[in-house]
Design a protein around this ligand. Structure first.
Ligand code: UD1
Ligand code: CA
Length: 456
């Protein structure tokens, strides 16, 4: 393919978003709209990107600066033709140029390639779509040979033209040299007093260049966002596509309408995901994983046969095969659970490496800890890993048993087979196969009487 320059229009204020944030930085599926467009472009290989900014230019530049990206400010928004004109000095003279939009986030790389494939010396590519309700869009006018002759904006269209249901998506591609030559011919002599990029189509025709229309695979690819309602609608449409993709690859969802993927989710087969689960960043699920309702899982790897029970939060963790987590468990970054482990309700782990078959079943905090195999951590156990200044490690050997309501004051080591009596505060190393009792001895006072109410 020829060298490609991508022009991405992102100058619009997005007044109807009613936001301090530039419109293109609003998020869809956890990533800014402009971020989606840039990712689609970058997936096609390294190429020059020119982002036309306007409102919130500084914020946009800060988020998207890269060695292959150039930013051009369009100080006044005089129309799409004017916006692209701003980018012309930055274009390579021998490139094919494609115009994309920062507020049309879901265009697929394959569709971009399809349009680019239409560009030759004598043809340009235009992405069009048929809509049941074409209201507001520029209409595609074709002649009796079905050739595209011009685009007429809604506000400039005749009653006859308004009946046309094939509309302009705004995405077009042509040679940089032609764009450079033709843009200056565009005037703002129209109903909106704007420089319409769409006028290129009639100019191309007049110059003997044929305009070839291509269609996207789905309408969501070309849907733009002007307000938060449209953003939420596009979000749901996109989530449904992600859900369907997941189901097609062998995972069952209790309700595809209550599923949210904000990043990459790689899943094996025969998994089940209950309602209201959110997946963020990069998440990998093995096979036969079951995830209960209301779980939030980010940047983690979950092994085969794992059961994640409802209301569990897992962040930057690795969970081994057949582990059972939750309900109401929280695995924080650096948690690594080996196979056949259990982390039960109201347990928080952080930087905890837990060996095969070990259990932390109830109400515990295990942080900066290393647990061997088959360790049992009783209910209410706390690793006191922080002295107010530094973090310290807790090290529990294979087969250690920690009785309920113990506090393990780190740095601390319990050797293999060590046993800690319930309610102990443990401050020094416990040798292997010994019992540590770190609590006041119980004494009973015989015949003790309860206090009685004083008379006033
Ligand atoms: C444009 C098309 C219309 C098409 C529709 C698809 C023109 C003249 N019309 O209309 O045929 O059906 O998109 O959604 O192109 N922008 C700038 N600078 C400007 C003007 C616009 O960056 O000076 C950006 C906007 O931020 C927006 C995009 O270009 O992202 C489209 O502009 P907008 O004014 O919304 O065009 P439409 O009237 O929707
Ligand atoms: Ca628009």
């Amino acid at each position: 393919m020829d060298k490609v320059n991508f022009v991405i229009l992102a100058a619009g204020k997005g007044t109807r978003m009613r936001s301090a944030l530039p419109k293109v930085l609003h998020k869809l599926a956890g990533r800014s709209m402009l971020g989606h467009v840039v990712a689609a472009v970058e997936s096609l290989g390294e190429a020059k990107k020119i982002i036309v900014t306007g409102h919130g230019a500084g914020q946009v530049e800060q988020q998207f600066k890269s060695p292959t990206t150039q930013f051009i400010q369009q100080k006044e928004q005089l129309g799409t033709g004017h916006a692209v004109q701003m980018a012309v000095p930055a274009l390579c003279s021998d490139a094919v140029v494609i115009v994309l939009y920062g507020d049309v986030p879901l265009i697929r790389p394959a569709t971009i390639e399809k349009i680019l494939g239409m560009v030759t010396e004598t043809t340009m590519g235009l992405l069009t779509i048929r809509l049941e309700n074409p209201q507001g869009y520029g209409r595609i006018v074709r002649n009796s040979q079905h050739e595209i002759t011009e685009i007429v904006e809604q506000k400039d269209a005749s009653v006859e033209q308004l009946k046309i249901t094939e509309v302009n998506t705004g995405v077009l591609a042509l040679r940089s040299s032609q764009l450079r030559k033709w843009l200056p011919k565009i005037t703002n002599n129209n109903a909106q007093g704007e420089y319409y990029l769409t006028d290129l189509v009639a100019i191309a025709r007049a110059e003997g260049v044929k305009v070839v229309g291509v269609n996207p695979e789905s309408a969501t690819e070309v849907e733009g966002v002007n307000n938060r309602i449209q953003l939420s609608q596009l979000e749901r449409a996109h989530q449904l596509q992600l859900a369907e993709h997941l189901m097609e690859s062998g995972t069952s969802l209790a309700d595809p309408a209550r599923f949210d993927q904000r990043g990459d989710l790689n899943a094996g087969t025969d998994n089940f995901i209950d309602i209201n689960c959110v997946f963020e960043g990069s998440v990998t699920l093995g096979n036969n994983v079951s995830i209960g309702a209301n779980c939030h899982i980010s940047n983690s790897t979950i092994g085969d046969g794992v059961a994640i029970l409802p209301n569990t939060v897992i962040e930057s963790a690795v969970v081994g095969d057949r582990a059972v987590i939750g309900p109401f468990a929280r695995l924080r970054p650096g948690t690594e659970l080996a196979s056949d482990t259990k982390v039960g309700n109201f347990v928080e782990t952080k930087k905890a490496v837990v060996g095969k078959g070990s259990k932390i079943n109830h109400l515990s905090y295990v942080g900066d800890a290393q647990l061997g195999e088959n360790v049992n951590v009783g209910a209410g156990t706390i690793t006191c890993n922080y002295d107010g200044v530094n973090k310290h490690k807790t090290d529990l050997g294979d087969g250690v048993f920690v009785g309920s309501n113990s506090t393990l004051v780190a740095p601390i080591k319990v050797d293999m087979g060590g046993f800690i009596a319930a309610g102990s505060t443990v401050t020094s190393e416990v040798p292997s196969d010994s019992l540590a009792v770190g609590r006041a001895k119980q004494r009973n006072i015989k015949g003790w009487r309860r206090p009685t109410k004083k008379e006033v």
